[in-house]
Design a protein around this ligand. Structure first.
Ligand SMILES: *Cc1c(COP(=O)(O)O)cnc(C)c1O
Length: 398
């Protein structure tokens, strides 16, 4: 199929015409259970009534006024994010990469404001993904994403995953802080141990470093806490959010303590679209649901159920599934065969998933699912395993 779009994506030949909750309906009438959520974006599923009503109401008011005027919707959303987290101040952007970019700039500027502009480097971890702008591909360090784009933006020192000794030796007089995803998304659902994050926090405090978290994928309730770092009881200095925050409407946010953001003074940063009334209104509607009493504990409960179902599948099909890992409603199934084959088999059974690095298939259902959807997904995954299990004898044993 030819298209006028850049051919930068390997797209499945499916177009969707409708959706409801965790379901998506294709042009040809096929129904899919969506455990991809547009890569962890549709936190409330498809066509959530509160989001639709909010966006419709916002569409009848000014869409855009620029950041040269007050935007009450953005002020309210920022205050709610502050009330719900460690943060004191928020900058709104339009995407994950922009939110991370702002986080990087905030960290560098903090040290500059302290009279140490030479401290601009961030320590990052293998398997990281921080976006596709020039700075964020340099931060992520994936050679595939850097190749052909000229010299990588300077200022990132990558070390092995969760390696504390390597971290200590990587700190120099130029280090500004440490940047990581508490649960790596694209990299393959690796979870930084709580103990590591606690030690990291203490190390940052001792060495005057900023702890910068990229929670673009794992934040906004995905793991059963509003921020994934809450599982470790660790308060960061700066956090980037995006994906789940808009429930499908593009918005990104950089949250910081007032101290960490001390360098981000008048004129230090900007965005034409960031925090526009439409995005801010929809972000607020997402928070209405995600921060409602009992919602996040429910995500954690459903996550435990999904984990149990996946562990059972892992036990029954050890030749197909190597391991299962994740937190809340953010799971990775590491497959023995190509992860693409597993995802294709799941899709053939009407279950949408997302590929990740380290031969992992991601399960990222909308946070509004219930037990029946988990049971249904597990049944479809089991049929996918049956499809992939070669000899019929093996199936009998299962
Ligand atoms: C998706 C993602 C990004 C980039 O977000 P975009 O909106 O695609 O720019 C950055 N960090 C993490 C952890 C992500 O998952």
């Amino acid at each position: 199929m030819t298209s006028a779009l850049y051919p930068t994506y390997a797209r499945a030949d499916i177009a969707f015409t409708g959706g409801e909750g965790p379901w998506l309906f294709a042009e040809n009438g096929d129904r899919y259970l969506d455990f991809a959520s547009g890569v962890a974006v549709l936190s409330l599923g498809h066509e959530h009534p509160h989001l639709v009503a909010t966006l419709k109401a916002a569409a009848e008011k000014p869409w855009h006024v620029s950041n040269l005027y007050r935007i009450p919707q953005a002020e309210r959303l920022a205050q709610r994010l502050v009330d719900a987290t460690f943060a004191d101040v928020v900058f709104f952007a339009n995407s994950g990469a922009e939110a991370v970019e702002c986080a990087i700039k905030t960290a560098r500027k903090y040290h500059a404001a302290n009279g140490a502009p030479e401290r601009y480097r961030l320590i990052t971890f293998e398997g990281a993904f921080h976006g596709r702008t020039l700075a964020t591909i340099a931060a992520g360090g994936n050679p595939k994403y850097l190749e052909g784009f000229g010299p990588p933006v300077d200022g990132f020192d990558q070390i092995p995953f969760a390696d504390f000794d390597a971290l200590e030796s990587a700190i120099s007089d130029e280090t500004a802080g440490v940047l990581l995803e508490p649960v790596q998304g694209e990299g393959g659902l690796r979870v930084f141990p709580a103990e590591f994050l606690k030690k990291l926090r203490a190390l940052c405090d001792a060495r005057g470093l900023l702890l910068v978290l990229d929670e673009v994928q794992c934040g906004v309730g995905r793991t059963g806490k509003f921020l994934a770092c809450e599982h470790a009881g660790v308060a960061p200095d700066i956090v980037a959010l995006a994906k789940g925050l808009g429930g499908g409407f593009p918005i990104g946010a950089c949250l910081a303590t007032r101290e960490a953001a001390k360098g981000m003074t008048l004129g230090a940063h900007g965005s034409t679209f960031g925090g526009n009334p439409l995005a801010a209104a929809v972000g607020g509607a997402v928070l209405d649901v995600v921060l409602a009493e009992g919602f996040l504990p429910r995500v954690a409960r459903l996550g435990a159920l999904l984990r149990q179902r996946l562990a059972e599948l892992n036990d029954r099909y050890p030749a197909i599934i190597e391991t299962v890992r994740g937190e809340g409603l953010m799971f990775g199934v590491k497959t023995r065969g190509p992860n693409g084959d597993f995802a294709a088999a799941a899709r053939a059974e009407g279950l949408l998933t997302v590929l990740a690095g380290d031969n992992v298939v991601r399960l990222l259902p909308p946070l509004i699912i219930d037990e029946t959807h988990i049971v249904e997904a597990a049944a479809r995954l089991e049929r996918a395993c049956v499809r992939l299990a070669t000899p019929a004898k093996q199936l009998g044993a299962a």
